[in-house]
Design a protein around this ligand. Structure first.
Ligand code: AHR
Length: 518
């Protein structure tokens, strides 16, 4: 039996809806076929964008989409992706071992249409490797300038007279490796040039009101599992402190839960040991967040303090721009980053969103890597078929937490003993409140046993509704052309006895319950 005690009157930080962001990139079918099929396709589409994907995305209200990469952004020239499609240049996209013809049919306008249709804000990532500072400035001009400059007129000719008002700008991608092999100092210097060349749109002086606010996001710690990788962050902020008025709003850490220690571990066929190992691995992100958040605060404290009317305080949000499970490569799949997603991935997706919500005072934005056909995806496509992965359903169930305030929650549960050589708890839980509705989620990580639960709010509550994602086998997943094995079901209504709420959660499951406070 596990027990949860909730104090709903003690409202903490509000979690930022941007924590539910997503990432789309040109990696095999990550965009082509996965999102973009073209207007003439037999696959139903909205102006070339897959209707099934757009409709399902709309259903989970993604707050944010990051594009065009990732590694791809490091060689992407935005001009190749605007204007008449048949005139756009073609070249090979060789990222991650693929030899793929990139015809640039999905460019700025197509991406922005996707954002408009699903109601997401765009996060553009500029090319700091083969691109120039001028190219960066002109991309911002092209998408955001409201007055009739040549670039704004070109945008209008290409179908969008109104500015797109793109707010978030990623400056480089993983510049410590594939994005240029920079040192932190070298990167800071390039960062300074790209951000200083950005149009101001009236910002920066106390007597002017900007027509647009641009948010600059710097590349975060080196490594895709950056526990105890502190030097880059320290050195980057030390370098930044030498510049007058550095422009920075976010610091983008990437975290992949690699799972490549055991070659026999397949994405859909794995041992219990591997089930627990991968689940355990997802918790490392919480330590990384704590560590990097502290380093950012230390870095900011060491910045020279500006005084006077022109002083602009610097705040840097910690962002997790890419996250997800990265399993062993399977050469029989459509591409090396194409992964099926099982209930194991759903559990780690839930636990990762819990980490973000729990640390919502420290992390403001996050993007799952990726939305479609790449790694920890929410959707898989094959021709005209689509699969909603178990991860998609976790995002759908966790929608209720978006913008909620975290509330005090004490959990008494057993550890699972010696699995994975370290103790893993059986149950994990998080609760938030919006108005007078409390949302509680419970993740049972045991692959074998269900668990009896009691929640006590210390006050009377009314049960509203609940949903459950579970599967009979830990490696169940949703496959093309067959009935879904992992999908949301209604929860059995709990028994309420005074202030005690009793129910049972299935093995290997995610449960979300909602209650109205009296
Ligand atoms: O998401 C796949 C790749 O992983 C991205 O292109 C890159 O940024 C990261 O290394």
């Amino acid at each position: 039996m596990s027990k949860i005690t909730i104090n709903a009157s003690n409202r903490g930080e509000r979690n930022n809806p941007n924590l539910h962001g997503q990432f789309v990139e040109f990696l095999r079918s990550g965009i082509y076929d996965g999102i973009w099929v073209g207007e003439d396709s037999a696959i139903p589409n909205y102006e070339g964008l897959r209707k099934d994907i757009v409709d399902a995305l709309k259903d989970i209200n993604p707050p944010l989409l990051r594009w065009p990469g990732g590694c791809f952004a490091d060689t992407y020239h935005w001009r190749d992706g605007v204007g008449p499609r048949e005139q756009r240049p073609k070249y090979y996209n060789e990222n991650f071992g693929t030899q793929q013809l990139e015809n640039n049919h999905f460019g700025t306008h197509e991406f922005m249409r996707l954002c408009e249709l699903v109601g997401a804000k765009p996060w553009f990532n500029i090319n700091m490797l083969s691109g120039t500072v001028r190219e960066t400035r002109e991309w911002v001009e092209y998408v955001n300038r409201e007055t009739a400059t040549t670039l704004a007129e070109e945008r209008a000719t290409n179908g969008h007279p109104e500015p797109f008002n793109v707010e978030y700008w990623g400056i480089g991608n993983e510049s410590w490796a594939g994005g240029g092999n920079y040192t932190a100092e070298g990167y800071a210097n390039e960062y300074r040039k790209h951000t200083s060349a950005m149009p101001l749109f009236g910002a920066g002086l106390p007597w002017t009101t900007p027509t647009q606010e641009l948010k600059m996001i710097a590349v975060g710690p080196d490594g895709n599992k950056p526990k105890e990788r502190v030097e880059w962050t320290k050195d980057f902020f030390k370098e930044l402190a030498k510049y007058r008025k550095p422009k920075i709003n976010g610091y983008d850490l990437h975290f992949y839960n690699w799972n490549m220690s055991d070659e026999t571990d397949k994405v859909t066929e794995f041992s219990k040991e591997a089930w627990y190992r991968v689940i355990k691995g997802s918790f490392e992100l919480e330590d990384v967040i704590e560590e990097q958040y502290t380093l950012i605060q230390q870095g900011l404290k060491a910045m020279p303090v500006e005084e006077g009317a022109f002083a602009t305080p610097i705040n840097v949000d910690l962002i997790v721009g890419e996250w997800g499970n990265w399993h062993n490569i399977d050469l029989t799949t459509p591409s090396i980053l194409w992964q099926q997603c099982t209930m194991r991935d759903a559990i780690t997706t839930a636990l990762t969103l819990d980490i973000f919500h729990r640390n919502c005072d420290k992390v403001q934005m996050a993007c799952v890597a990726q939305s479609v056909n790449v790694l920890n995806s929410l959707f898989l496509t094959n021709g005209n078929e689509i699969v909603l992965t178990p991860n998609y359903y976790v995002f759908k169930m966790y929608e209720a937490h978006k913008s909620g305030h975290k509330i005090d929650l004490a959990l008494e549960t057993n550890t699972l003993g010696n699995v994975c050589k370290e103790d893993l708890k059986k149950i994990y839980s998080f609760a938030s409140v919006k108005d007078d509705v409390v949302t509680v989620n419970i993740v049972n990580v045991s692959a074998d046993d269900s668990e009896k639960m009691t929640i006590n709010f210390g006050q009377k509550v009314e049960y509203i509704s609940g949903s459950v994602l579970s599967s009979e086998k830990m490696n169940d997943y949703n496959e093309f052309g067959v009935e879904e094995q992992v999908k949301i079901k209604d929860a059995v209504a709990p028994e309420i006895d005074g202030t005690n709420i009793d129910f049972e959660v299935a093995k290997a499951s995610v449960t979300v319950l909602q209650f109205k406070l009296d």
